[in-house]
Write a protein that binds this ligand. Structure first.
Ligand code: FAD
Length: 433
């Protein structure tokens, strides 16, 4: 490299270091995005009223599944029939609070419409695959970089079915996974028991997503990424972003209570809080909270090796450092309604059905409710806003934000750096609704 081009590079690096990018929200998506933006030589400031990955975030309480097979949107043809069944059954995995139904209806109709035929579902699944295919490897690398490689375990993810017909009922998804190259192993009853001896006789068939990983302590994982960002010069501000300073259509800062954080670029990765921030620049996004719950019970020696999803339970049962975490339920009740802990109790009560040996104590040592930030069409919003230059967004990952976070972060870092993203993002535009 000659002297003048070296000077150009130095000048570019120096100017990049002066460019401060605000990342709003310190859940898993925001943290990974901040980390990737730092790699492009920019300074980051992460804004959140809570701790990185703290209890306020969906990233704290999810099932910890990192699955390359997380390709299917929730809305598929015929789901409306199931929705009606669920509405009648208060002890099922899906519930709508009737009082919230009028406000929910526009989202719900869009949601059902999004899965109106298998062609639509396939298009969506292919896009979702782009966000999940490298996720196990990416999480392993980032955890190792943050000094917590042991928190991401690769033992595969096990779905258990009462019989083979239940497995075959999902053939569309499994076949598509196979076509896309996701490695899957099927187990008959005997092999299933050899693999996980404590699974109840209730389950006679199993399927393992071989390369799937799980995180054994999400809070510690998020904290470690936040520390890494800080070690690399990143700043954290405790506060709620309320809007933006905009001049001549360009971003000048992010407002938080009582002051503005000056920046010319910002990324909205605030989970369910992103809806309000999008509205602040005139973008209306149908983002709804699919509220979910978890309980943790002490394992009492009844250890399982794999995270398990029972076909009839619609929940993830994950071995974690604190105990067995049972995470699931979908409750459509809005953001503000208080938790209905009966939903968590349903999760806890289901567990004895899944295992042969009873647990020493199935008392919940922790219970939690959080908000899956869900768009109706099963795709997140990733891209730039038309209404304000310098403002980007990465939210709406619904049921699979942990899995999709690394790919989302890389796409956002490329956009912020003015580079071409690795995949076509038009279907994920915030303006598509
Ligand atoms: C029960 C359950 C089980 C799940 N299981 C899995 C799973 O196994 N695998 C998987 O991949 N996904 C799973 N998910 C989904 C996953 O948890 C979410 O998709 C993901 O955590 C979303 O991450 P996020 O960073 O976008 O949002 P969050 O984690 O919710 O983080 C958003 C952050 O933004 C902050 N914020 C909000 N508003 C503002 C504001 N105005 N200013 C500043 N900060 C703000 C919040 O305080 C929060 O810290 C599950 C979810 C639930 C509820």
């Amino acid at each position: 490299m000659n002297n003048s081009s070296q000077t150009d590079v130095d000048a570019k690096i120096a100017s990049q270091h002066e460019t401060k990018v605000a990342v709003i929200g310190a859940g898993i998506v925001g943290l990974m995005t901040a980390l990737e933006i730092q790699r492009t030589g920019r300074r980051v400031v992460v804004i959140d009223p809570g701790e990185p990955g703290g209890r306020q975030a969906a990233s704290y309480g999810n099932a910890g599944w990192i699955s390359p097979s997380a390709i299917m949107p929730v809305s598929v043809p015929g789901l409306w029939r199931q929705v009606i069944v669920y509405l009648m059954d208060k002890s099922g995995p899906f519930v709508i609070r009737w009082a919230y139904l009028p406000r929910l209806l526009p989202w719900l109709l869009r949601f059902l419409w999004a899965g109106r035929n298998w062609k639509k579902v396939e298009e969506c699944a292919k896009l979702r695959f782009e966000l999940s295919r490298h996720s196990p490897r990416d999480h392993q690398n980032i955890a190792a970089e943050a000094g917590v490689g042991h928190l991401i375990e690769q033992k595969g993810l096990l779905s258990v079915c009462r019989n083979k017909s239940e497995f075959l009922a999902n053939s569309f998804a499994w076949n598509m996974c196979r076509r896309l190259g996701v490695k899957i192993t099927e187990f008959d009853a005997a092999d299933l028991r050899r693999l996980e001896p404590n699974i109840s006789e209730r389950y006679q068939y199993g399927v393992r997503i071989d390369e799937g990983c799980h995180c054994t302590d999400l809070e510690a994982y998020c904290r470690a990424i936040a520390e890494l960002i800080q070690e690399r010069g990143g700043e954290f501000i405790r506060g709620k972003a309320t809007g933006f300073e905009i001049s001549d259509g360009c971003l000048k800062g992010v407002n938080i209570a009582g002051r503005a954080v000056e920046c010319t670029q910002a990324v909205v990765t605030a989970g369910i809080g992103s809806r309000e921030l999008a509205a602040a620049v005139g973008v209306r996004v149908p983002l709804e909270s699919e509220r979910g719950y978890h309980v943790v019970i002490a394992e009492g020696g009844n250890t399982i090796t794999h995270p398990i999803m029972p076909s009839d339970g619609k929940m993830g049962i994950t071995p974690t450092r604190q105990g067995l975490r049972i995470a699931g339920q979908v409750e459509l009740a809005g953001v503000k309604a208080s938790p209905d802990w009966r939903r968590a109790e349903l999760l806890r009560q289901f567990v004895p059905r899944v295992f042969q040996a009873p647990f020493e104590s199935d008392e919940a040592i922790d219970r939690w409710m959080g908000h899956r930030p869900s768009t109706p069409d099963g795709l997140p919003c990733i891209g730039a806003t038309r209404s304000c230059r310098g403002l980007f967004y990465g939210f709406g990952h619904g049921h699979t934000g942990l899995t999709q976070a690394p790919a989302t972060a890389k796409l956002l870092a490329a956009l912020v750096a003015g580079q071409e993203p690795q995949c076509d993002l038009s279907a994920m535009s915030v303006h598509r609704f």
